[in-house]
Design a protein around this ligand. Structure first.
Ligand SMILES: [Zn+2]
Length: 278
């Protein structure tokens, strides 16, 4: 099993405002913070695991590239580190080069909604160009999120179509199927050959996920979905169980089912070669 979406980061990294808002978001009241031993234990059974840095000047958090790089070096056979830069940072390109060349991070995590930029903002285009030139996949949280100050006007998944058209070889992964605009994400993934999506953070809204997976099946894009847990929000085991439960959801009704074999293929998917991550 490969988990394409996991977070690390302590309360200090996420900062008090983001931690407080993340507590409010979850019924458990548990924040988004986690420790490296907790991450290591939760991901121990995974074959490979993407570990994300994440920086937002607008929301005041930073899980630093150095921190992720050092952790990834502790288990380089399994961990794949993604760097993060914020287009509002005048030193973003320099940091990008450093995190890629010196720290050896393999992909980029960014987000228009968390980082408050339009996906075609001129300041972000050099970052895409660098990623394109060096084959770094881009994991974009495009869709809604919980902080009050994260601007929804930049959040629509269809805004990424222009990025895909400008950089047709760039590997783009839209996180969380672009929720709650899964339909829009599916439309982009279907049309753009190198746009993928991960299904992390969705199984606890089973009705919406059932409809989304069914639509993926009908549009023929199930093979471009990636497995992810969004740890520490959920574990890979919980996510796999949640996905398998979707198959049984319409039982006793006349509604169509999501193909269980396709669900198993999604859970087992190795798309590392297609994403330049081998
Ligand atoms: Zn996430």
């Amino acid at each position: 099993m490969i988990d394409y979406h996991t977070h690390v980061g302590t309360e200090e990294h996420w900062g008090p405002r983001f931690i407080a808002e993340s507590r409010k978001m979850r019924a458990s009241g548990i924040s988004i913070a986690t420790t490296l031993p907790q991450h290591r234990a939760a991901t121990a059974q995974l074959e490979r695991c993407v570990v994300l840095a994440f920086k937002s000047i607008a929301l005041g958090f930073e899980v630093p590239n150095d921190y992720v790089a050092e952790y990834v070096r502790s288990d380089p056979q399994r961990f794949i580190g993604f760097l993060s830069v914020d287009p509002h940072d005048p030193g973003a390109l320099e940091e990008l080069r450093h995190a890629h060349r010196d720290l050896g991070l393999r992909g980029i995590k960014m987000s228009s909604v968390y980082q408050a930029f339009h996906p075609m903002d001129p300041r972000v285009l050099p970052i895409y160009a660098y990623a394109d030139r060096h084959g770094l996949p881009l994991l974009l949280h495009q869709g809604t999120t919980f902080p009050q100050q994260a601007p929804l006007r930049y959040a629509r998944p269809s805004l990424l179509e222009d990025v895909a058209l400008a950089f047709p070889e760039l590997r783009i992964i839209i996180a969380h199927l672009g929720h709650p605009w899964e339909v829009e994400t599916i439309a982009v993934v279907r049309k753009q050959p190198h746009v993928w999506s991960d299904i992390s953070g969705l199984f606890y809204r089973p009705w919406q996920l059932y409809n989304s997976l069914l639509l993926c099946q009908e549009y023929g894009v199930m093979e471009k979905l990636l497995f992810g847990s969004d740890f520490p929000v959920a574990t890979a085991e919980e996510t796999a169980a949640g996905l398998r439960a979707i198959v049984g959801l319409p039982q006793g009704t006349h509604f169509p089912s999501v193909d269980p074999e396709r669900i198993e293929a999604l859970i087992a998917r190795d798309a590392l070669a297609e994403l330049n991550l081998t």
